[in-house]
Each structure stands twice: as C-alpha cells, then as structure tokens.
Design a protein around this ligand. Structure first.
Ligand SMILES: Cc1cc2nc3c(=O)[nH]c(=O)nc-3n(C[C@H](O)[C@H](O)[C@H](O)COP(=O)(O)O)c2cc1C
Length: 481
C-alpha cells in the first residue's frame, strides 16, 4: 500500500476509479498500536494542517466498506478559519480544531438497517485511525447543533445528510489516559447472549441494584464526562446548608470532637466534596454501592472519608455497613430518584439506623411538582429548539432518574420514624446559568429568544411562596427521636 500523492489529486485514472496506494509505499505502522493508541483528542495546536495530510486522512476514509460499495458519502474538509468560526456558532465543539471534516451520506439511501449511517461511521473510524497513524488527533462530533444549517453552510445539497463531524488537528498534548472499557467477557458472547444488559431506560423500576452498581462503577472508572459542579446546583446546596445546617463551618481543634456526617450514595462525589469543604466541623464518611466508587469519592474529601457499603449484598469484610447509631448527620442528596420505588423506604429505614438518637437526616430531591417534568418531556420529544437532546434538564448521566412527589417522600420519612423539622423548595424556574448552559449549542437567534424567556422567568420566580411549593430542588431536615 502506498500513500496517495496529493499532487495527483486532480488526476484521474483512466477508469475514473481510485485503486488505492502503490504497494509498499506507505510508512510501516504497528496496527495494534494504532487501534489501542488512538484517543479522542479535544485540544489542538492552532497550526494549520497541510492539505496533503488532510487528503491522506480522507483517502483512508474512502477505503472503508460501504453498503453495496455504493460510496454515497461526501466529505467537506473545512480548513478556512473564518468558516470554522461560523461552524463554532452552531456548536462550540466545532471551535476546537484547525480542520472540521463534515461527513455526509445519501439521505434516503440504503436506509434499511441505517446502512447510510453505518457506512459513514465506517469511513469516520478509518479516518480517525489514519489520522492517529499520521500523528494527528481527532474527535468525533455528533453534537453539531443544527445539522441542516451545517449542511447548507458547507454547500452540501439536501440529498446529503450530515452524519457527523470529525475534528482534526495536531494534538496539544500527548498521552491522554485512555478511558477504560467494559470488560470483554461482559460485552461479548459466543453463540448465545449470556449477559445482563445495562438498560437504556431511565426509569428506576427497570434497574436492579446490581446493575445500577455496575453501571455507576463503569461510569466512574471510565472517567465521568460531566463531572463538574453546576453553578445552579451548588447555589442550591449552599442555600440548603445555610438554612438546614448552619453549624459546623469551622474546623474543630481537637479532631476527636468533630461530629460525624455520613453522605449516602454520592456517586461522583461532587456534592460530598462541597459539603466537606463548607462544613469542616464534621468528619465525613460515605456509603456507596461498590468499593471503587466509594474510593473515587473518598479521594475528593478532606480529610479522606471512610468508605462503607450498601445494600447488604455489596458488603463484605473490607467494605462493611456503616456503624449503626453513630452519625450526627446523614445526608442523601438527589439519589433516592435513581432507586427502584420499592427500595426507597428500605434505604430511608437504613439511614434512620445509622443516625444516633437526636441525629438529623438531610434529604434533597428533585420535585415532581416543578418545571422539571415539563423540561423532561421537551427533552424526550427531542424536538426542542435546535433538536438538542438535553433541553433544560439534569444530565441523567449516572443512571436512571425520576422526580419524586413531595407527599410520598415525606410519608416515607415519617414512616421510618423521623420527625420532619424543616422543608424548603428552591428554584421554581430554570436558572439563567442553566438556560445558558443547556442552550449553548443553539443558534444565535434562538439563544436570544431563550434569553428573553429566562429574564421573564426570573421575575416570575419572585412570586411569594412559589419556591416553596414549586421549587425543583426540595430539601428536608428530619430528626430521629
Ligand atoms: C458516535 C460518536 C459520537 C461522539 N460524539 C462526541 C461528541 O459529540 N463530543 C465529544 O467530545 N466526543 C464525542 N465522541 C467521542 C467519545 O466520547 C469517545 O470516543 C469515548 O469517550 C472514548 O474515548 P476514546 O475515543 O479516547 O477512546 C463520540 C464518539 C462516537 C463514536
């Protein structure tokens, strides 16, 4: 195989076919290094890419298989910085690399079995691997904002459906650590499927506790993508702390006098980290579904939290249950929502057992009696402005999720033997930062309209009593008798 000479680009073989590189003319590359060494690169140097290199990458692309070898693909390589800046207006993801390869395929062609998408995907993967072999980096972009606008902007006819964009450039730094993969034996089978699938449903009733543990463990070990605190959530947490746990801000001199706080099912640990920073008078422990997730969270707290296991099936000698009757505070923030409805009361009863007499339960959850339901249905319709998947709703990236009815939650808490002392509702309308974040890939005009709506909503939120009854985030403090 040989590298295609870019100078040959305008020339055509007599039969108007590309017969591939000359045998023996390509630099030797270790195939396995390319397969296992390719990484999604999201930060690039600004240096332009010589077109001969871009051609080499695209040439590898056209040697991918396609349905019936019809090759109904067209790729537009955008290397004009001004045009790329315009593409970045459609989606910020296209604002990272010096070249954006816009990959399209015959819109209605071979739609049976989505053969158009499959053929284009084979081409994209070939290009990703070729780029890596050439010392370039790529990342595969499906969040393109409005792909019809993108198609028009690069002059592709209606017949061509934009499938994805492949960002291409010189990597800014080497050695990005590979996000792990789910183990071979769990996802591959001989002759008959013999596994237990992780559901794609976001309904908690469809998940067993074991699958949830497995999924969250995989998410954490693979590197959570949305592992950042969101400003509006942190604000809600701070308001909750001010109102429900005003004490324990300062570190106590004698560590032995610190009070004990158990945070239940913190998963990514974003909120636990914040709690341990804001309430230094407490020593934090955590309880999780797997030792790996527990270790991940423990590292985020200062001093390091002791990890415990829940439910009973997850516990062993090295990963025991939390000590009964020990804790001054037990918190469970936005985690009852991912548990199957039948198991929620059991967790609340266990939290009761971990508290000392007189200790407090702090529960935070997303209320079903809030705008959350509306934004969820918008997201599900996927027909929201710009077709963006997540319109104003929390990222359900750590498993299933369902908003809860306040009456039911309060009933369960009382049923476990608690006396509810305080209950607050926060954020009755989507917050400005959240609206900005969720609509960041919308077009300029839609963003403006959404901005105006955000302003109106902010005024609306000041109506007396609205937050308490219609707040998306509900927190309650309950005491163990
Ligand atoms: C169909 C598809 C769509 C993807 N979309 C995006 C995207 O929109 N943005 C992004 O940053 N990465 C995207 N990726 C890259 C994946 O996040 C990445 O491949 C995965 O995390 C594994 O990392 P690795 O490629 O370094 O092995 C996409 C990958 C595929 C196959």
């Amino acid at each position: 195989m040989s590298s295609p000479d870019p100078q040959d680009r305008p020339k055509k073989a007599k039969d108007d076919l590309d017969h591939g590189p000359e045998p023996g003319s390509l630099e030797a590359t270790n195939f396995w290094d390319v397969i296992y060494g390719r990484r999604s690169v999201r930060r690039f140097r600004s240096d332009p890419i010589p077109r001969e290199l871009t051609d080499k990458v695209m040439h590898a692309g056209i040697w991918a298989p396609s349905s019936c070898n019809y090759q109904m693909w067209d790729v537009v390589a955008v290397d004009d910085p001004e045009l790329n800046a315009e593409l970045a207006q459609l989606s910020t993801q296209m604002g990272n690399a010096p070249v954006n390869l816009v990959i399209s395929y015959g819109r209605d062609f071979s739609e049976e079995g989505s053969a158009n998408i499959q053929s284009a995907s084979a081409m994209i993967q070939n290009m990703s691997l070729a780029a890596h072999a050439l010392g370039l980096g790529t990342f595969w972009i499906t969040q393109m904002g409005d792909n019809e606008k993108l198609r028009e902007r690069v002059g592709l006819p209606y017949d061509r459906l934009v499938i994805a964009v492949l960002a291409l450039g010189y990597p800014d730094k080497d050695g990005t650590r590979a996000p792990g993969r789910r183990p071979l034996e769990r996802v591959t089978h001989y002759n008959q499927y013999a596994g237990e699938p992780i559901p794609s449903s976001t309904n908690p009733a469809d998940w067993t506790p074991q699958l949830l543990a497995l999924y969250q463990r995989a998410r954490v070990l693979n590197g959570l993508r949305h592992n950042k605190p969101r400003a509006w959530e942190v604000r809600a947490l701070e308001t909750m702390l001010e109102q429900l746990v005003p004490e324990g801000i300062e570190k106590v001199e004698d560590d032995g006098q610190a009070q004990h706080w158990l945070d239940v099912l913190p998963c990514n640990g974003i909120l636990t980290e914040r709690l341990s920073r804001e309430r230094k008078g407490y020593h934090f422990d955590i309880v999780e579904r797997s030792p790996e997730v527990a270790a991940f969270v423990a590292k985020r707290t200062r001093p390091r939290a002791n990890p415990f296991g829940w439910p009973e099936s997850a516990q062993d000698e090295d990963f025991p249950a939390p000590e009964a009757g020990k804790y001054d505070v037990v918190s469970c923030l936005f985690r009852l929502e991912d548990i199957a409805p039948g198991d929620r009361s059991a967790l609340i009863a266990d939290m009761h057992s971990w508290l000392r007499p007189g200790g407090r339960l702090i529960l935070g959850y997303v209320s079903r009696k809030s705008f959350h339901q509306t934004t969820e249905s918008l997201r599900k319709r996927r027909g929201g402005p710009g077709g963006v998947e997540y319109v104003l709703s929390p990222d359900p990236n750590i498993g299933p999720f369902e908003a809860l009815a306040p009456k039911e939650v309060e009933g369960m808490v009382r049923g476990a033997g608690f006396a509810i002392e305080q209950s607050i509702g926060l954020q009755a309308v989507p917050q400005a930062e959240e609206i900005e974040f969720r609509t960041r890939n919308f077009s300029g005009r839609t963003k403006k309209v959404v901005g105006l709506i955000a302003g109106t909503l902010a005024a609306f939120e000041k109506l007396p009593g609205l937050q308490k009854t219609r707040g998306r985030f509900r927190f309650l403090a309950a005491r163990k008798a």
